[in-house]
Design a protein around this ligand. Structure first.
Ligand code: GLN
Length: 342
């Protein structure tokens, strides 16, 4: 089954938040009670939306409850705010790409990560093969499947097992707990990921993957099958918001420079070909996954984790986007918003 099936879902720009006043950017988030109130309003506003389609090109994902919905906000002091189904677990899918990219930047440095994987939006769907060809074999950026598989392939390790251990341990540090693989999701995707195997083999033909490409896809598929909940995503996001230190465990996971670089790439391409609309409405780096997860980061302030399985036609959670857009405006999180200095 092909992804193109979903390309006639929700229309771009339907965020339903244009009437929410943009709160002034103050460099700080409001007091806890205010965050709880606004989080509740964001949740209720998004709950009225029933657009979107649950992905089933990975067959098991089609079993997700389309009504499941939860949002968490974690601030850089480790304060946690939650509403709805924030303890429901789902596979992290593409959201893993941002955090594995951070691990790669930490391991190989700014320049090599830029040179090898790239930082520009492809303008194409996340699993595009055409985009690779149009770029002369370059994967484009780490947020699409080609760049993500290339990223995982570059994670230091003498074997696929060692790479997996590094990815698993690193993502668990971002979440502040040991994450488990959902074996059913892993098997379901492994049986149906011919397209990702084709992408990896194509990248090998361009000398962009130097280890066994199918082993790289296998590690990538495992990383996508890690189980998280909305609260985990908020903690992972808050770690990037807090200069690379997990604000709940206090552990430094990556350097502040790596957190900065990762957020820049997420801003450019975290919501695939919808990244421009996302920045226009929400004004923060974010990353979506096809199981319905969405993480958004207000640097120096908060991480937001959302879960709602129905997706727009680019593969981004509809309710997750609407709740996040509301919070961006109501909490004053848009990184492009300023009030006059005078
Ligand atoms: N594992 C999924 C895939 O490779 C991830 C895609 C996504 O979340 N957008 O197709």
């Amino acid at each position: 089954m092909r992804w193109e099936r979903y390309r006639d879902g929700m229309h771009p720009g339907d965020y339903d938040v244009a009437d929410i006043a943009q709160a002034s950017e103050t460099g700080r988030v409001p007091a806890d009670a205010r965050i709880d109130d606004l989080l509740d309003s964001a949740y209720r506003r998004a709950l009225t939306h029933r657009e979107g389609t649950v992905a089933d090109y990975i067959p098991i994902l089609g079993r997700a409850d389309p009504e499941a919905f939860g949002v968490s906000v974690v601030d850089v002091d480790g304060g946690i705010h939650s509403v709805g189904d924030t303890a429901t677990r789902f596979s992290i899918q593409s959201i893993s790409k941002a955090f594995v990219y951070a691990l790669l930047c930490e391991a190989v440095g700014h320049t090599d990560a830029y040179r090898i994987v790239g930082v520009n939006n492809t303008g194409a769907p996340f699993n595009s093969v055409v985009a690779i060809e149009l770029n002369g074999g370059h994967p484009g950026n780490p947020m699409v499947n080609a760049g993500a598989i290339a990223t995982t392939a570059l994670i230091p390790g003498g074997s696929a097992a060692e790479k997996w251990d590094a990815v698993h341990a690193g993502l668990s540090r971002f979440a502040g707990r040991a994450l488990d693989v959902d074996d059913e999701v892993y098997r379901s995707e492994s049986e149906t990921n011919q397209r990702n195997r084709a992408i990896a083999t194509l990248l090998q033909s361009y000398d962009r993957i130097r280890c066994d490409p199918l082993e790289a896809v296998d590690v990538y598929t495992r990383q996508c099958s890690l189980l998280v909940d909305a609260r985990d995503l908020a903690v992972m996001g808050a770690t990037l918001a807090d200069g690379g230190v997990n604000p709940v465990t206090g552990e430094r996971v990556v350097s502040a420079e790596v957190a900065r670089d990762t957020l820049a790439v997420m801003a450019a391409s975290g919501l695939y070909e919808r990244s421009g609309e996302w920045l226009f409405e929400i004004g923060m780096p974010g990353k979506s996954g096809v199981a319905g997860g969405l993480v958004t980061i207000a640097p120096g302030k908060v991480g937001i984790g959302a879960y709602a399985p129905p997706l727009d036609s680019a593969g981004n959670s509809v309710r997750g986007q609407i709740a996040t857009a509301y919070l961006s405006r109501a909490l004053g999180l848009n990184i492009f918003a300023s009030a006059s200095h005078a």
